[in-house]
Write a protein that binds this ligand. Structure first.
Ligand code: UDP
Length: 426
């Protein structure tokens, strides 16, 4: 068996997006120019073209559409995989589910209930059995039984056990940080085994210094439910996210220009070329010349292993978390798992996070949230002038899930459409 280890920036991105150009046409004018071809930009483009029947430019510095959702079929293994980490769509919002299914040209969404294990060295934590364990995350009955050698069988028993370990947050003030939040759900030992080191690896900050919302994303289950998410709809586009983005953006009124940096053409685009500009990039990048401190983001470094002639799976679950100190990786992803792809090979991508590199995660701590408020004020002032709209995870500095990003974009589009035409979208 041959294993090749590399870095995902070595991937040659396949052609795709054939209808897109890489050259901005200075002779054209647009109703709406959109900076960024990710989720938020795509919603604005599609809605503007289909509902307002106005022309749109989507410009992105990357060589592809789809933002961080971008996926492609790896040429050497035939495996459909993401370029920037796995993306699991889940929502309980009817409007979002209807929207992602609204285009008959787009791939259908196949149900996919995400599950992941964490690899835990029980020797390190008080009360746990000695040995290495692969346990469901979020914590459920099986997690507790495996790690502590218990035989809990019912929800009542699990709730009783949880009550003995949970450390409730202050009744009035609530959970003040990510540590208190996690301990209020799973207690000291599981906090240490699952959350503490992982959070330090992920954010390079103590959970004490992170907003409670960070660990509030991970629930605790009193049953055997092994799913990572509890939402009603959980699905993956049958032939990939990129195909979904292509279908949403394929419209005679939408021009897509790739490998083109907005800031290289800022003066032109902020002139008569664009009536409205929808900016989905980092908000502090837009105001970079104002001499303000920068917002912080975490980036991900991907280390790829290509396992040739490996018909089975390398990992027990599509994603395996490494919450312990024995490795610098936070998690590993084996793409072949998704939608039960068949291949004689496999690709495993391991993640480490760092402060350097492309921005992936806003860092929700008090310093950044306070600084963002100042940027928001500047963005609001600019929006008041009527030309700009700041939308999305980076422009709004919000740790949005995909469905919340879609909902936010749909709602902001409504506001914009109401202002310009007196009518909204459905
Ligand atoms: N987290 C953790 N251990 C885990 C999984 C999550 O400590 O095994 C914490 C960690 O702080 C992480 C946060 O919960 O940043 C949110 O996790 P999620 O899986 O939602 O992160 P994402 O998929 O957005 O990277």
């Amino acid at each position: 068996k041959f294993v090749e280890i590399g870095d995902s920036s070595e991937n040659e991105l396949p052609p795709g997006c054939d209808y897109a150009s890489t050259k901005l046409d200075y002779s054209k004018t647009y109703d709406t120019c959109i900076v960024g071809a990710g989720l938020s930009g795509t919603v604005f483009a599609e809605r503007t073209a289909n509902l307002l029947k106005k022309n749109v430019l989507v410009i992105d510095s990357r060589p592809h559409i789809g933002g961080n959702c971008y996926d492609f079929v790896d040429q050497k293994t035939g495996i459909l995989r993401n370029q920037y980490g796995s993306h699991l769509f889940h929502t309980k919002i009817q409007r979002v589910w209807d929207y992602v299914n609204s285009n008959p040209q787009a791939p259908r969404w196949n149900p996919w209930y995400h599950q992941k294990f964490g690899r835990i060295n029980g020797n390190l934590y008080e009360g746990m059995l000695n040995g290495t364990f692969y346990v469901p995350i979020p914590v459920n009955i099986l997690t507790v039984n495996r790690l502590f050698g218990l035989h809990i069988q019912t929800e009542e028993e699990m709730n009783e056990w949880l009550k003995t370990v949970q450390i409730p947050c202050d009744a009035v003030k609530g959970c003040q940080n990510a540590e208190e939040m996690a301990k209020s759900r799973v207690g000291e030992a599981l906090y240490k085994a699952i959350f503490e080191t992982y959070t330090i690896k992920q954010w390079d900050r103590s959970p004490k210094d992170m907003n409670a919302s960070v660990t509030a994303r991970i629930p605790v289950r009193s049953d055997f439910d092994p799913r990572y998410f509890a939402d009603k709809w959980q699905a993956l586009p049958s032939n990939g996210y990129t195909a979904w983005f292509e279908a949403m953006l394929k419209h005679p009124l939408i021009d897509v220009v790739l490998e083109t940096d907005f800031f290289d053409h800022q003066q032109h685009l902020e002139g008569p070329a664009c009536k409205t500009i929808v900016y989905t990039g980092p908000v502090d990048r837009y105001f970079a010349d104002q001499g303000m401190e920068k917002l912080q983001y975490r980036s991900i470094t991907f280390t790829e292993e290509r396992h040739y002639q490996t018909p089975g799976y390398i990992l027990p679950t599509p994603v395996l978390n490494y919450p312990g100190p024995e490795t610098p990786y936070t998690r590993a992803i084996e793409y072949k798992h998704y939608l039960h792809q068949e291949s004689p090979h496999s690709i495993v991508v391991k993640e480490t996070t760092s402060d350097e590199g492309e921005p992936y995660y806003p860092i929700p701590n008090p310093r950044n949230l306070a600084l963002y408020e100042k940027y928001k004020q500047m963005a609001d002032d600019l929006e008041q002038q009527g030309k700009f709209i700041f939308v999305g995870r980076l422009a709004n500095y919000k740790y949005f899930d995909m469905d919340k990003a879609l909902l936010n974009a749909l709602q902001l589009f409504d506001l914009h459409a109401n202002k310009t035409t007196g009518g909204g979208s459905t």
